[in-house]
Design a protein around this ligand. Structure first.
Ligand code: ZN
Length: 284
């Protein structure tokens, strides 16, 4: 099936395409769960195969994304230990994002979106779970972003030239500028915020993440990842922050990676619409 045929199929059968992409996404999500569980602990993500906390291997039929967890009612069959709802949530989220990518983006950009959101989900999941962002998926974000920019120049909208190599160079340039802006911007904000707050304001992981988003989405994406992420973070955390002030407790460090990842995803899927909306709003 050629790309055009695929596009025609999606246009005529969006529901079937979405279900297929969603099912693949849920299976990938199942693997992302393994990564989220094992990477911060420095364990291999390949072996041993999935097993319960009691050490029993999980049979294939119970490992089916979403359905496995639902059929077990969130409890392990072997020992009755409760299985975190994080597992089906990650599977569902990955499925929804894969389906959304296929329905809203071109096939090439949709495929890249699947790689992008998978890495972001691992990073956000690790941060939420262990408050620890492993380097491997973070550097993978920067590396794959740059590589995919060269392989598929349409990622940065570089399709104008008839000479393919020029498109690839332009696209790589956009990715490199994205990496540079992402790194520099967050480094300055981190330095200033650390000076004001008199404590470590942001982790190095945030810098690498912002650079990775720049590689996939250019400098505009890196900008939005940082400022959009801050707004999302404040909206989510506002009740928690207010409660903290009431109790006059120590300021807790807030995991920033999930809100940055959410903003980066929003930009990758709806960047042009966001720019349009902003222009309409500012022009009244
Ligand atoms: Zn068990």
């Amino acid at each position: 099936m050629s790309l055009t045929e695929l596009q025609i199929f999606i246009a005529f059968h969006p529901a079937i395409a979405a279900v297929c992409a969603g099912a693949i996404g849920a299976c990938v999500g199942s693997f992302l769960n393994v990564c989220i569980h094992r990477l911060p602990k420095g364990q291999s993500i390949i072996s041993p195969p999935s097993h319960c906390v009691c050490g029993q291997p999980i049979p294939f039929t119970l490992n089916v994304p979403l359905i496995g967890w639902l059929s077990l009612n969130g409890k392990a069959r072997c020992c009755g230990a409760s299985i975190s709802p994080r597992y089906p949530v990650i599977e569902l989220l990955t499925g929804i994002l894969f389906a959304l990518a296929l329905l809203t983006l071109t096939p090439v950009k949709a495929a890249i979106a699947c790689v992008f959101v998978s890495l972001l989900i691992i990073l956000a999941g690790c941060d939420l779970n262990d408050m620890l962002v492993p380097d491997a998926p973070n550097f993978a974000l920067v590396g794959t972003g740059l590589l995919l920019s060269i392989i598929a120049p349409s990622l940065h909208g570089e399709t104008q030239s008839h000479i393919e190599i020029i498109n690839r160079i332009q696209s790589a340039k956009a990715a490199l500028i994205g990496i540079a802006v992402g790194t520099a911007l967050i480094w300055w904000i981190r330095t200033i915020a650390t000076a004001i707050l008199k404590q470590e304001a942001m982790g190095e992981a945030d810098i690498i993440l912002c650079a990775g988003v720049g590689a996939f989405s250019g400098w505009q994406g890196a900008l939005f990842c940082l400022f959009g992420g801050a707004i999302i973070g404040v909206l989510i955390k506002l009740p928690a922050v207010l409660a903290l002030f009431k109790q006059k407790e120590e300021r807790e460090s807030v995991p920033f990676v999930p809100s940055m990842a959410a903003a980066a995803t929003l930009w990758f899927f709806y960047g042009p619409q966001l720019i349009q909306g902003w222009q309409l709003w500012t022009q009244g």
